[in-house]
Design a protein. Structure first.
Length: 287
């Protein structure tokens, strides 16, 4: 009888355990939503030469059929192959002295590099070689930090966006226009981004928007803004009005610092090296 009681008790325990386990829902794997026309799960990843471990800016040069990238704090410009994205020879080119260089953009066929203090250098490429000349510096007061610059051909301007600027608060992020062909910098914001709206639309809990790169989509004519600190991709109109927000998962985007598009819409996002080599991800545009 003792054996039968033990068997009954043991069976009851297993039945209860099975009941509770069946009632417990297994956690679903996290699914990160992709922006329209792209699929984050369909990615081609290129590992970049260790000479470009800290790739802070990325731009597509459609006229020369190559990518431009630069190494943070070195003032060096690298030319990357259009397909493999490996460093072309001869490269790199010394464009400017030591400084905290954060982005590169193409305007009217010329390359420009951005220093974090709001100084823009024009890259001269001619028979004498490659060199940089200071094109202008934003004249606002206070402590200001910039990581983002992109070309806006409709405005005939280069736009730089604050990462952290004294004039901003937790509710906004300011952008400034530099007009290479005419008046240079305008010290009043050309637009502001509603940082609270970014947080409201974000699919994940995040910090204030701190842009690290941006580019205008060649087909959609929308502004794509990457924030490494917030693990976020923001899509806005060309006046900075936020339309949608997407998470950039840490596994795929450990430290996204650059974004650019080819004319057909393919999107390229670069990551500074966290462990190993820097990477550039290609996402095919799907109309």
């Amino acid at each position: 009888m003792a054996f039968l009681n033990f068997t009954r008790k043991t069976g009851l325990i297993f039945l209860l355990a099975a009941f509770f386990l069946s009632g417990c829902k297994q956690p679903k794997p996290k699914v990160i939503k992709s922006p329209p026309h792209y699929n984050f799960s369909e990615v081609q990843t290129m590992k970049i030469d260790l000479r470009l471990k800290e790739i802070s800016g990325l731009a597509w040069d459609s006229e020369r059929d190559e990518f431009l990238a630069h190494y943070d704090e070195s003032g060096q410009l690298f030319l990357l192959d259009k397909s493999s994205l490996q460093i072309k020879q001869p490269s790199p080119f010394k464009v400017a002295g030591k400084g905290d260089f954060e982005d590169v953009a193409i305007y009217n066929g010329d390359a420009y590099m951005l220093e974090s203090n709001g100084t823009i250098y024009k890259v001269i490429r001619d028979s004498a070689g490659v060199r940089g000349v200071e094109a202008g510096k934003l004249g606002i007061t206070g402590t200001n930090d910039f990581e983002t610059m992109y070309a806006d051909t409709a405005r005939k301007a280069l736009i730089i966006i604050c990462k952290n600027c004294d004039m901003d608060n937790k509710q906004k992020v300011s952008a400034f226009a530099f007009y290479p062909d005419s008046i240079g910098f305008v010290n009043d914001p050309v637009y502001t981004i509603d940082a609270a709206e970014v947080q409201k639309l974000s699919p994940h809990k995040t910090s204030k928007l701190q842009p690290s790169a941006a580019a205008i989509h060649p087909i959609l004519k929308k502004l794509f803004i990457v924030s490494s600190a917030a693990n976020t991709l923001v899509i806005a109109d060309l006046n900075g009005r936020v339309e949608s927000v997407f998470e950039l998962g840490k596994k795929l985007f450990p430290q996204p610092e650059g974004i650019t598009f080819k004319s057909g819409g393919d999107m390229y996002i670069s990551n500074e090296a966290v462990a190993g080599k820097a990477t550039i991800h290609r996402f095919v545009y799907k109309p």
